[in-house]
Write a protein that binds this ligand. Structure first.
Ligand code: ACO
Length: 159
């Protein structure tokens, strides 16, 4: 069920950030505020309402990271996350990045499925990342989120 009325736009620095969405993907406001300083923020609008967000973080001139991708729960499973990520992948390639990485928890099964469908490959595991960096334990799909799985997409191939 693809929603055809999605508008993806780059949010200007002075625009209000959709923290409700940003905190869906990353419960630490502290970490979110830290990476936003060095990031491009893209939002997905449907009927003039912002329902999705994606944060592209600059690591170096060759490498960027999608730090945050989230869709309003009422609008999930309609293709908005996929459309937003495809556009951000294209924008990252247009900005000259050669490699795009994304990290997610060991228990984020739908995210792991989605990222691999978009051409990301698992490249690294950061053990105990979510235990060491978050104050509260995080649970999803009945499992504790402990380790960060890093996936990488080569942007020098067709994107
Ligand atoms: N179970 C199985 N498959 C699913 C599920 C699910 N719960 N949700 C989505 N999918 C699949 C879809 O079938 C689709 O696959 P396809 O390409 O084969 O059609 C793909 O995943 C993407 O589906 P969309 O409808 O485009 O995704 P959606 O708009 O629902 O957004 C997102 C996905 C962003 C992960 C959303 O579920 C969300 O906001 N989750 C909460 C926040 C979150 O966990 N963000 C990621 C954290 S990691 C990070 O930010 C780097």
């Amino acid at each position: 069920m693809l929603n055809k009325n999605i508008i993806i736009r780059n949010l200007d620095n002075n625009k209000k950030l959709p923290y409700d969405l940003l905190l869906l993907a990353d419960p630490s406001r502290e970490l979110v505020d830290e990476y936003l300083k060095q990031s491009y923020v893209f939002v997905a609008d449907v009927n003039n309402k912002t329902v999705g967000v994606c944060v592209l973080y600059h690591i170096n001139r060759n490498k960027a990271e999608i730090k945050n991708i989230a869709v309003d729960p009422q609008y999930q499973k309609q293709g908005i996350g996929n459309t937003l990520m495809k556009e951000v992948i294209k924008q990252a390639a247009d900005k000259g990045y050669k490699e795009l990485i994304i990290g997610t928890g060991n228990n984020g099964f739908s995210q792991l499925y989605m990222y691999q469908r978009l051409g990301f490959e698992m490249t690294e595991i950061i053990r105990n990342f979510f235990i060491d960096n978050y104050k509260e334990p995080i649970f999803e799909n009945g499992l504790q989120c402990k380790h960060m799985i890093i996936l990488t997409k080569d942007l020098t191939e067709n994107v």
